[in-house]
Write a protein that binds this ligand. Sequence first.
Ligand SMILES: [Zn+2]
Length: 249
Amino acid sequence: MTNYLIAIILIYIYICITRNYDNYSLVPIIYKTIDIFYKKRVGKRWCNICNSNQIHGVFGKDLRPKTLCYSCNSLTRNQEMIKTIIETISPKKHPNILYFAGNTHIKKCLESKGYKVTLSRYHIKEERIDMTNIKMNKKFDVVVSEHVMEHITNDILAYKSVYNVLNKGGYYFVSFPININKEKTDETKRNIIGRIKNYGQHDHVRIYGTDVLDRIKDIGFYITLVSPKPFGNYDQYIKDNTFCLILKK
Ligand SMILES: [Zn+2]
């Protein structure tokens, strides 16, 4: 009996890895397993990355319902980012995108709209680009980073590096977790327990507060959108505790 169970689990993991996920993380597999116990929180919704109606399951410590796309493993915040990019820039005027922490599904989706996408993925050595010291042989019209800044010890250096790799008039779409009830960004916690407790994850080095706009004001960007509130109205960002800025060079 136990052997059968182990075999089923192994086949299940194999199917999840080979069919759906392009970075071999166990995270979506774990959440899909949790879904067995939270059936009511799983259901179909539109995925603009898959471009079809797909089953979405729970995600996050609070097990947010209908958040993780079963087909492409994108989160609703990834989908909101894609929507924001397509609504803001045209592939005719701003074709070249450097995308941090994206995946092949996101690349394919944007390329089908006419953009050219260069991916930087941390877990793939050949594709890894140090965000604090971006060395590329060309400049880009657009840089995107989703939930990366909270992992970087010197985030200001990363903002500067992005600024330097952008063409004049280029855009930087950046999202990160924030505590909108806190005024001051907290990066004082150094140990794993403190970071999990205060920043939500062991490898997060800070939780931004509403002073984030002050932190980056000297870099040279124009801030063209802050979402959620006061300018945006993307419900899903709020549910995901995500803050999205669109910065222009
Ligand atoms: Zn999808």
